[in-house]
Structure formats: C-alpha cells, structure tokens
Design a protein around this ligand. Structure first.
Ligand code: GLN
Length: 283
C-alpha cells in the first residue's frame, strides 16, 4: 500500500466513524509514524509503506476511529510554541488557553510577580510557558491528580524549567494543605468549569477519553472559581492578582463571584474567536 492509498482508505474509515476533519487526522497520524511534516506526505504519495509502518498506522487509525483524541495517540501537543507530552491522565492543552498565558506575560512588565501559583496544572502547560518567559519568577504548580503530576514532571524536564518551577500534589479544597503553600503575587487557573449537565453534551473525544475531573466539577461549573477566589484572600499578597480562564458565557458569573469576595479592578479579555475567555482581578 502506498502513502496515498493508506491516507484515502483511512480518511473513508474515520469519516464513517464520525471523526471531524478525517483527512487531516489521517495525514497527521501517518506523518507522525513517518516522522515527517504533514505537507511532506504530498511529496511521497507513491512511497510504499512497509509492514511495520502499516501495522502501526492501522492501530492508530483504529484508535482514532474509537474517537480517542489524536494528541493522546501521538503523545504530544504544541502550546505557546513549545511541545508538551500528553497522555490520558491530563487535559489536552487548548489553543484558547494561550490567551491566559499571554495576558500574564504581557502584564509582567508592570507588576514583576515573584511567586505564581498555578491551580490544576495538568500537563504543566501554563506553568511551564510562564517559567520559560519569566525566568526570575518562582512558579508553584499544584494538581490533585498524581498521574497528572507525573506528566507535568516529564514536561518540566523536557522544557528545562526545573530551576524555577516546583510541582506539588495538593487539593485546592483542602484548606490545611493550601495554607502551607505560602504567599503569592499571582494565582492562575484554568479549572474544570464544565457543569455536570453540559458535560454530556460534549464530543465523544472529551466525554470518553479526557479525564473527567479535569473537565467538569460535576456541579454547576463554578465551584472552583468560588473556592479559588476565597482561597486567594489568604494566599495572595496585597494587590496580588488572579487570572482565570472561563468557559463561554461564564464571565458575568465569575465577575460576580470575584466581586462577592471583594476583589477589585476586574477585567475580561476575549479570545481569537471573540469569546470572553480570561477574567482577571486584584486583591
Ligand atoms: N492547566 C491545564 C490547562 O490549562 C489543565 C487544566 C485542567 O486540567 N482543567 O490546559
């Protein structure tokens, strides 16, 4: 079978299985196996696949047909120009989260935060990009999931950010452990903000494959915003900042939560799709 034949066959198969952008998926998975760029495949359409390549490709396509996300199959994802290792124990970093990171990096010039806390770090994408750009800042990354922290630890190593990034297992709802974290100039979080009801309306890729605890709070979608806002009153230094990522149409409610906890200077920032995506506030 040639590259082109394999791509065509796989595209038909993935289309039947209801995968969006079936051809792109078929191409990206093959490019990963052949260790080339997706567009390079177009220069080798007639290249025959050997037995080993065919076997791996069949396995990848079968997995994708079962709606396993592409990134879990290839084991990687790009975020803010860096490559991250991912597996099923962590949420796949999303492009819209880059806005959150970019906003913090841009505001650094006026504020120079010396300690940042990232709550629910997952792959470590937020923490690591901040640690790379803000070399003078000490970043503490917490997550409740040991499995997620193993992924984050690998990414810290890969990115060479060990000198200013420290990961710790911690449940943000456990007030005693949270109190031991110390004081911070900034808290950032992209918490599980999908409500219990909305969760079941999401794509199969998310419902059946991404860690449920990273996606939904199994309540109304606001429990982490409430808890983190409350915890911030203790954890933040004077004038310390909070930066949240929020789900579509959640910004008004998150603003109210921050208001109720007496935060000032509340702002929102839109993502590239014009959706209000970041809410920031000051203690
Ligand atoms: N901090 C990670 C991200 O923003 C994980 C977030 C989460 O698991 N809810 O992608």
């Amino acid at each position: 079978m040639t590259v082109l034949e394999a791509i065509n066959l796989s595209t038909d198969y993935l289309t039947k299985k209801g995968v969006d952008s079936a051809r792109t998926n078929a191409e990206l998975l093959l490019a990963d196996i052949l260790k080339c760029k997706r567009l390079d495949l177009y220069l080798s359409f007639d290249r025959p696949l050997d037995e080993k390549e065919t076997k791996i490709y069949r396995d990848y396509i079968t997995r994708r047909g079962k709606r396993e996300p592409l990134q879990y199959i290839t084991g990687k994802v790009e975020f803010y120009g860096l490559e991250f290792y991912v597996n099923k124990h962590v949420l796949i970093p999303r492009q819209e989260t880059e806005i959150l990171v970019e906003t913090i990096i841009n505001s650094y010039s006026e504020n120079s935060f010396s300690r940042i806390l990232d709550i629910g770090t997952g792959t470590g994408n937020i923490s690591i990009t901040l640690a790379k750009h803000l070399r003078e800042t000490k970043i503490i990354s917490i997550d409740i999931s040991h499995r997620a922290l193993e992924v984050a630890a690998q990414n810290v190593k890969l990115s060479g950010t060990e000198s200013n990034l420290f990961i710790k297992q911690c449940d943000v709802f456990d007030t005693e452990s949270v109190a031991k974290l110390g004081k911070f100039d900034l808290i950032v979080s992209n918490p599980p903000y999908v409500s219990k009801n909305e969760f079941f309306t999401l794509q199969d890729e998310i419902i059946n494959h991404e860690p449920e605890m990273a996606v939904t709070d199994n309540q109304d979608g606001y429990s982490f915003y409430k808890r983190i806002s409350e915890a911030g009153r203790e954890l933040l230094n004077d004038k310390g900042k909070i930066f949240f990522e929020v789900g579509q149409n959640q910004h008004q409610n998150v603003i109210s939560i921050l208001n109720d906890s007496s935060y000032k200077n509340i702002k929102t920032i839109k993502d590239y799709l014009q959706i209000e995506r970041v809410v920031s506030a000051e203690k």
